[in-house]
Design a protein around this ligand. Structure first.
Ligand code: SAM
Length: 301
């Protein structure tokens, strides 16, 4: 049914942006002693090896985490230092070979009373995720659900403690995912307007991709909730498509690789905008590949 496997993309520049911001949010939200409920609606396999055949084939980690870590300049931003510290916690040797996906990044910061629901539909990745989670000492606070994340998360909102975080990170393999994300966020805000929501999306030459952050901004504004929008372009898209022609996001033979990605956060921690302002120029310096490289920070509410 699905051909997308995150194993080919783990540790790419989009993961660096997404995971460093995710860490900052989870760290902030787990500081209070009130139980936190976290939903990862599109979880993937949870853990990846950077020396895998899949990543050697795609070369994506090379342009992402490997390029980021190779840079000899010391990091100055707190958000990026925390990201590196988290990766270090998963790697006992000097070399970073194990790359944690969002499920393991989130779990790493949870307190005993916090809960994590992981939705994954791909049969192979669900099996891998279950195996990875079973190895955790805290496996009981984590549930793996082989269900559609968009639908399945509804039953967990609002959480009893009224403290919740949702990461919505689809592969956008199906064009309808863009509309589903917007509808889902609308539904989530109706059920639980004070929850924190993180949506990842690719910056590609598709109208749906450009429209999504605009739709999310409208939804946040209609719900009168604060929002933060971050995007990072690392290279030119070099697309030679005709108007209306579709580009397969995940097909490396038809495209020069993902040029950039964005994160739209609703109800962000109040500290996040400041931390992002510090981190985005440093991310750009480390991950930018050509003159098209750029970042945008926008917020409201
Ligand atoms: N969040 C992961 C991370 O940061 O490590 C990466 C997730 S990957 C971009 C998207 C995942 O969503 C894929 O593993 C795919 O199989 C899964 N998926 C696609 N549609 C889904 C759906 N409707 N519900 C749950 N999972 C889905």
């Amino acid at each position: 049914m699905f051909s997308y496997r995150h194993a080919y993309h783990a540790g790419n520049h989009a993961d660096v942006l997404k995971h460093s911001v995710l860490i900052s949010i989870v760290k902030y939200m787990t500081e209070k002693p009130v139980p936190l409920s976290v939903i990862d609606s599109h979880a993937g396999a949870g853990l990846y090896r950077l020396d895998s055949q899949a990543l050697a084939l795609s070369g994506e980690a090379g342009e992402g985490i490997e390029q980021f870590l190779k840079d000899p300049r010391p990091l100055s931003s707190t958000l990026l230092k925390d990201y590196v510290e988290t990766l270090t916690a998963f790697n006992t040797g000097k070399k970073t070979t194990l790359y944690p996906g969002s499920p393991f990044i989130i779990q790493h910061y949870l307190n005993a009373s916090d809960r994590l629901k992981l939705f994954e539909l791909h049969p192979t990745d669900t099996r891998l995720l279950e195996q990875h989670v079973a190895q955790l000492r805290a496996a009981r606070q984590v549930a793996v659900l082989r269900e559609d994340g968009f639908e399945g998360m509804k039953k967990f909102l609002p959480p009893k403690s009224r403290r919740g975080l949702v990461l919505m990170d689809p592969s956008y393999e199906i064009k309808s995912d863009y509309a589903k994300v917007a509808l889902s966020i609308q539904d989530c805000l109706r059920r639980f307007e004070t929850g924190t929501y993180i949506v990842w999306y690719p910056l590609i030459a598709r109208a749906h991709a450009h429209d999504l952050p605009k739709r999310l901004k409208t939804l946040a504004q209609q719900a009168r909730r604060p929002w933060l929008h971050l995007s990072l372009i690392v290279k030119s898209s070099k697309f030679t498509t005709l108007p209306g022609q579709l580009v397969d996001v995940m097909d490396r033979q038809k495209r020069p690789g993902l040029p950039g990605s964005g994160l739209f956060v609703i109800n962000p921690p109040y500290t996040l905008a400041g931390l992002a302002k510090e981190a985005m120029p440093e991310l750009l310096e480390r991950l930018g590949q050509d003159d098209h490289a750029n970042f945008v920070i926008d917020s409201g509410g």
